[in-house]
Ligand binder design. Structure first.
Ligand code: HEC
Length: 267
């Protein structure tokens, strides 16, 4: 019973601290007197497994005494998980010329990577092209992570949310509807979600960064003074940090402009 509880707790903690989709195990092959890959980047909570493919004996030994596999004969393996971000160099104690590095991303670097993967992944989850000129690309990619993987903005602001034949709720391979991505038009009773893509001047939803932050913090509709936005989960989003809201705004400034579909045309 205790073991089971500890296992569950361990799993939960791994998921919370890793910041990645899943805590993964990545392999480094020891082959032809080399660590392959010699530069491995992973997320916090991931595990590295070294596999000796040579007939000679090798080790995976931290340059700073953090780990030591001891001798690995052919087909021998050694695993270690990494919780803290940083750059860790190691070598083979028998063949000191064999050197390599494991880099553990910070939580923010993991978010940037996931945000970028959402746009760049093949098959495409979200086939849009971002306008990165004049933008801080990492900030935009972190905004992509916050909007797509956390904020679920497309659930209400894209209509339909998923492309035809790509609705994950119907067991189909997931792909966001790129054509009217975040262009609004979905009706919630009398409230219609807004088009939050850039306007002619490039401002998302036609509002400035200051107005956007005020809106997410207070729910005040900049178009209709005195009006408090309904349905929109601003009381939740408003708890985000300034950096987060800046990143969301940067991302919304970089997505393609799209025309708001008629609410009557939305399923
Ligand atoms: C649960 C549905 C829902 C979700 C999720 C949602 N919104 Fe909204 N949003 C709405 C609705 C509905 C409105 C219009 C509310 C009204 O008119 O009272 C709106 C309005 C807005 C507006 C105001 C635009 C304007 O010019 O008036 C902005 C900006 C906005 N949302 C941004 C976002 C962002 C960014 C996210 C994700 C982080 C998000 N929304 C997630 C439903 C949602």
């Amino acid at each position: 019973m205790l073991n089971k509880t500890r296992l569950l707790l361990g799993l939960t903690l791994t998921l919370i601290t890793s910041g990645s989709l899943y805590a993964q195990t990545l392999t480094v092959n020891i082959k032809n007197f080399q660590f392959q890959p010699s530069n491995l980047s992973i997320d916090q909570g991931d595990t590295v497994q070294w596999v000796n493919q040579d007939s000679s004996t090798h080790t995976s030994t931290s340059d700073h005494s953090l780990w030591d596999s001891k001798n690995l004969s052919q087909a021998g393996t050694f695993t270690r998980s990494f919780d803290k971000p940083g750059k860790f160099t190691y070598h083979c104690a028998i063949h000191p010329g064999m050197k390599a590095t494991v880099i553990i991303r910070t939580a923010e670097q993991t978010q940037i990577k996931i945000g970028k993967d959402i746009i760049a992944s093949l098959p495409k989850q979200l086939p849009i092209t971002l306008k990165l000129a004049g933008q801080n690309a990492d900030q935009v990619y972190r905004g992509s992570y916050l909007v797509n993987a956390q904020g679920a903005c497309a659930d209400c602001h894209s209509c339909p949310t998923y492309a035809a034949g790509h609705n994950p709720y119907q067991g189909q391979p997931k792909q966001f509807n790129a054509q009217s991505y975040l262009a609004g038009g979905r009706a919630f009773g009398p409230f219609i979600s807004a088009n939050i893509t850039p306007d002619e001047s490039g401002k998302p939803a036609g509002i400035t960064l200051a107005q956007f932050k005020d809106l997410l913090r207070t729910g005040h509709d900049p178009d209709v003074p005195g009006n408090i936005l309904q349905v929109m989960p601003w009381p939740i989003y408003g708890m985000m940090s300034d950096r987060d809201l800046d990143a969301i705004y940067a991302y919304l400034s970089a997505i393609p402009k799209a025309t708001q579909p008629l609410a009557s045309a939305c399923p």
